[in-house]
Design a binder for this molecule. Structure first.
Ligand SMILES: [Zn+2]
Length: 137
C-alpha cells in the first residue's frame, strides 16, 4: 500500500509511534546491594582467569542486575554478568562465564558454539540443567 501525505493529513492513515516501554528499575534491596558488591569484587577477576586459561579475549566486563539473563555478550566483545551469579555454586558461575566467553567466537547457539563450549566445559549440559533450578531475583 502506498501512503500519501493526503492520507495522513485527512486522517485516513494514522501513524502511531510506539515508545519503548521504560524498563522498570529493579529495587536495590539490601540483598541486591550485597550481591552487587560481591559480584564486583569477584566476577571480573574470575572471568579474566577463565579467559586466560582458555585463550579468550573480551573487551569489557560489566556487572548487571536484570531478570532476563545470567549473562550476555555483545558483538563488540563486551560481557555482562548478572549479579545473581553470586547466588550460584562456583561451577555454575563458571559455566555461565564460559558460555558467554564462547559467544566471543560464535554469536549464536549453533553446533560450532556447542563444540567450543564442550571443549572448555565438558559438563555443560548437566550444568545448564542445574542452572534452571535457580531463578533470577
Ligand atoms: Zn548463549
Amino acid at each position: 500500500m502506498k501512503i500519501t501525505l493526503g492520507d495522513i493529513l485527512s486522517g485516513r492513515v494514522r501513524i502511531v509511534v510506539r515508545r519503548r516501554r521504560a524498563r522498570r528499575k529493579l529495587a536495590e534491596t539490601p540483598e541486591v546491594k550485597r550481591l552487587r558488591a560481591e559480584a564486583k569484587a569477584y566476577l571480573p577477576g574470575r572471568l579474566e582467569e577463565l579467559a586466560e586459561l582458555y585463550g579468550f579475549r573480551y573487551n569489557q566486563v560489566r556487572i548487571k542486575h536484570n531478570v532476563s539473563n545470567w549473562g550476555s555478550c555483545s558483538v563488540k566483545g563486551n560481557i555482562n554478568l548478572n549479579l545473581n551469579l553470586m547466588r550460584l555454586p562456583e561451577e555454575l558461575r563458571d559455566y555461565v562465564m564460559l558460555h558467554e566467553l564462547c559467544h566471543l567466537k560464535h554469536m549464536n547457539h549453533g553446533p560450532e558454539f556447542h563444540a567450543l563450549l564442550e571443549s572448555v566445559c565438558p559438563d555443560h549440559l548437566a550444568l545448564r540443567k542445574r542452572l534452571r533450578e535457580y531463578k533470577l531475583i
